[in-house]
Design a binder for this molecule. Structure first.
Ligand code: ADP
Length: 504
């Protein structure tokens, strides 16, 4: 039986300002953690109180640059100014001083690559964004040999791809005039977006990244926890460019940037998906989260063991609480088309007015009437990795109507996640007992119940689905003792909606 647990929602807060109840005169001593959520299309600053509640947010979008088909760039200054702009707006609107802010945490779009000159602070070129495919030929050339590809997978946990930072650094050094010589002379620094922001916000004092971001560069040995000389050599990257790698929760310096309160400690850093895993309180082996956004990102914590995937998933480093004493790992799989399939139904097919209509439309029919959709519009991601696959619809009959079609599209998200969880359980040997969910499409109760039934596993949806910012804040707060330990974080978790499986 479906047991969707609808308990009382806590009072929602008007975005952007702290309500009088949490920042009245009696609460002047209340302190906060700020998460800087640096995403692919916007930068946000999120204010989080000691109860783990999101009590304020400011957001700035920034331009996407597409110089050629398949190329994607960001101007690092746009990233910086949108991030600093959202932070100063949040601070000003809420009248915060350095004393009010216990710590800052950063979560960021992963793999995006920036190289800059520390003597001027000037980037040598635009950032090459994770989505950019320009370096696919470099990967073919350097990693085409199956033995090389296997060695890369053993060292980094990743399947060689242009997605990760290594080939992007090589491209910049080979294509920006004079860059290679300057890098070899020790005059240039590399960073993923977290590293660049930390370097700027600390006034150029700290050149560091965290283990989760390092694990997405394809230059980091995830077993040894160090930059790998063989990989640096393969991609022609001078070791002097590389940031120091630190635990995700701990010191990354203090703020020293015009317009921002000085001396605020930066004590939490993680790539966005690992931050979301932490924000979902997945701290132990077997705990997993799936984000249902444009695409899906499923991560399962595997504890101190780096599972070697035999099923085309990637192995990555998970963020850990301070004092863990060893690296922790996760298996990761991504699906390209999830909520985007709803956008396709809305914008191209005209079957929906808005994505949320899909719920009552799906419920208006008992099943899909035998219709199945494979939304491989841009190829298939994990665990198939078929870039040339294309979308398919089967099972149409004279009785098929738009509700069957919409229901089949929603179910296609759940089937793709089932393929990933099957692969993950085979790799990790751990059965999935609970799946924690977030992202826009996780608001769809029909989809969540169907997913629970299909996986035969409980689905938990927290009240606060802003798990990425929450994860960065948790890491930063633990780093300064704002929260004691992960048990305290679990106790803060807002009331969940729970979907328990029933037979289908
Ligand atoms: P992203 O962070 O990737 O931009 P979001 O987490 O904001 O994505 O989720 C937006 C996506 O979720 C969109 O693709 C949208 O079509 C889909 N979506 C939003 N609400 C629903 C819903 N109620 N049912 C199904 N899909 C939805």
């Amino acid at each position: 039986m479906s047991t969707l647990d609808k308990r009382e929602y806590p009072q929602r807060t008007k975005a952007g300002t702290i309500p009088p109840t949490t920042r009245g005169e009696s609460n002047m001593s209340e302190r906060y953690v700020i998460a800087l959520d640096q995403g692919t299309t916007s930068s946000r600053a999120v204010l989080i109180n000691a109860k783990g509640e999101m009590v304020g947010v400011a957001q700035r979008e920034f331009p996407q640059i597409y110089p050629k088909p398949g190329w994607v760039e960001h101007n690092p200054q746009d990233i910086l100014f949108s991030q600093v702009g959202s932070l100063t707006e949040l601070i000003a609107r809420n009248n915060l001083s350095a004393d009010d802010i216990a710590a800052i945490g950063i979560d960021n779009q992963r793999e995006t690559t920036i190289i800059w000159d520390p003597s001027t602070g000037q980037p040598i070129a635009n950032a090459i964004v994770w989505q950019c495919r320009r370096t696919a030929p470099i990967i073919e050339e350097l990693c085409g040999d199956p033995e090389v590809a296997r060695t890369i997978q053993q060292k980094t946990g990743l399947l060689p791809d242009a997605y990760f930072s290594a080939s992007k650094i090589k491209w910049l050094l080979d294509n920006v005039p004079g860059a290679r010589a300057r890098a070899e002379a020790g005059e240039l620094l590399f960073g993923t977006v977290d590293t660049y922001l930390i370097w700027v916000l600390t006034g150029g004092l700290v050149h560091a990244t965290d283990v989760t971001n390092a694990s997405r560069t394809m230059l980091f040995n995830i077993h040894e926890g160090a930059w790998d000389p063989w990989l640096l050599d393969l991609f022609g990257v001078p070791a002097s460019m590389m940031p120091e790698v630190r635990p995700s929760s701990g010191s990354f310096g203090e703020t020293s940037y015009p317009g921002i309160p000085a001396g605020v400690p930066i004590t939490g850093v993680a790539g966005d998906q690992q931050a979301a895993l932490f924000g979902q309180c997945c701290f132990a082996a077997g705990e997993a989260k799936n984000t249902y956004g444009t695409g899906c990102f499923l991560l399962m914590h595997t504890g101190a063991e780096a599972c070697d995937s035999k099923n085309n998933l990637v192995t990555t480093i998970a963020a850990s609480a301070p004092g863990t004493g060893h690296l922790e790992y996760a298996l990761e799989g991504s699906v390209f088309m999830a909520g985007a399939t709803m956008q396709w139904l809305r914008d191209e097919m005209g079957l929906l007015v808005k994505a949320s209509d899909s719920e009552y439309m799906a419920r208006s029919v008992p099943d899909t009437g035998g219709v199945y959709i494979v939304p491989a519009f841009t190829g298939l991601g994990a665990p198939y990795w078929k870039p040339d696959a294309r979308g398919t619809v089967v099972g149409l009959t004279r009785g098929t109507n738009r509700n069957h079609f919409v229901r089949a599209a929603l179910e296609s998200m759940a089937y793709q996640i089932a393929d990933l969880t099957t692969a993950m359980q085979a790799d990790s040997g751990a059965p999935l007992a609970v799946l924690n969910v977030d992202g826009g499409a996780s608001r769809n109760d029909f989809l969540m119940q169907f997913q629970a039934d299909l996986l035969d596993c409980e689905i938990r949806r927290p009240q606060n689905t802003e798990t990425t910012s929450l994860g960065a804040a948790y890491l930063a707060g633990l780093g300064v003792g704002f929260w004691k330990d992960t048990d305290e974080l679990r106790s803060l978790r807002s009331t969940d909606d729970v979907f328990t499986p029933h037979a289908i």
